[in-house]
Design a protein around this ligand. Structure first.
Ligand SMILES: Nc1ncnc2c1ncn2[C@@H]1O[C@H](COP(=O)(O)OP(=O)(O)OP(=O)(O)O)[C@@H](O)[C@H]1O
Ligand SMILES: [Mg+2]
Length: 249
């Protein structure tokens, strides 16, 4: 993928998201480069899923800006895909669930079948092609959601805990698919609770806590020597969501 055609880098400028009662994402400013796998870490309720939704354009910031620096007038939503923490499936076959977004994106009819077969095979679901997607197990649905995203060949893929419901073998397959997409030039932005997985996959870590970005660092530096106190407690398994408010910066 040439740099000229990329919608990345992605820049957030003082992005805040609030409801009537709560500020859930607080003045986040950062840039995501076109290269490298970015993993977002943080406790339950930290704001990881919300941040992905903001970046993907599913919700709008209350304040601040989200800028696709390479978009050059193009609509960024055509170049992105997201795999949700809870997979959302159409009540159609596994194959049809991949076919639908391909047709919406205008992928030529002649190549769709091949792409669908390849995508299902990639995640080990080849034999479920005709099975209604809602009958698949949660782990299988999560793999189907990844196949659906892969088929779109997005420039950037947001993955919200894509292996949360998977057994070790399926997790391994998904990590391979993610690595493959990275090699093919897709920017990976992913949340996980699995620190082993974060170490295996991340080039860069973003650590968020109570809606704030507290650290963004190359993965090796983050795991060797996190700069932020909260990040240190998180890595030691000591950061609890009910921790007293006055401890947070
Ligand atoms: N639409 C909403 N209205 C009110 N509160 C919300 C809304 N969406 C999310 N929240 C709250 O915002 C906080 C962040 O939610 P989010 O789903 O981003 O957390 P998370 O970091 O992804 O957590 P988990 O690890 O459990 O998936 C949570 O406290 C959640 O209850
Ligand atoms: Mg979440």
């Amino acid at each position: 993928m040439s740099n000229a055609s990329r919608i990345l880098p992605l820049e957030l400028r003082a992005v805040t998201f609030e409801t009537e009662r709560h500020r859930l994402i607080k003045e986040m400013s950062f840039q995501l480069a076109a290269e490298g796998r970015t993993i977002i870490l943080g406790s339950n309720g930290a704001g990881k899923s919300l941040l992905l939704r903001l970046c993907h354009g599913l919700i709008r910031p209350s304040q601040g800006e989200i800028i696709w620096q390479g978009a050059a007038g193009r609509d960024p939503k055509h170049f992105q895909a997201m795999v949700f923490q809870r997979p959302v499936m159409l009540r159609r076959s596994a194959a049809a669930n991949i076919h639908f977004p391909l047709s919406i994106r205008g992928i030529p009819r002649s190549s769709r079948r091949h792409v669908i077969e390849e995508a299902l095979r990639l995640v080990g679901l080849g034999r479920f092609s005709r099975t209604p997607a809602h009958l698949l197990s949660i782990g299988e649905q999560q793999r189907l959601a990844l196949a659906r995203a892969w088929a779109l060949k997005p420039q950037i893929l947001f993955l919200d805990e894509p292996t949360a419901n998977l057994d070790p073998a399926a997790t391994h397959v998904i990590e391979e698919v993610i690595a493959e997409m990275d090699r093919a030039g897709t920017k990976i932005v992913m949340t996980t609770h699995d620190l082993g997985q974060a170490r295996r996959l991340a080039d860069e870590i973003m650590f968020i806590h109570r809606g704030r970005l507290l650290e963004k660092a190359p993965a090796a530096a983050f795991f060797d020597c996190p700069q932020n106190d909260m990040a240190r407690s998180f890595l030691r398994g000591e950061l609890l969501w009910w921790q007293r408010r006055e401890l947070t910066p």
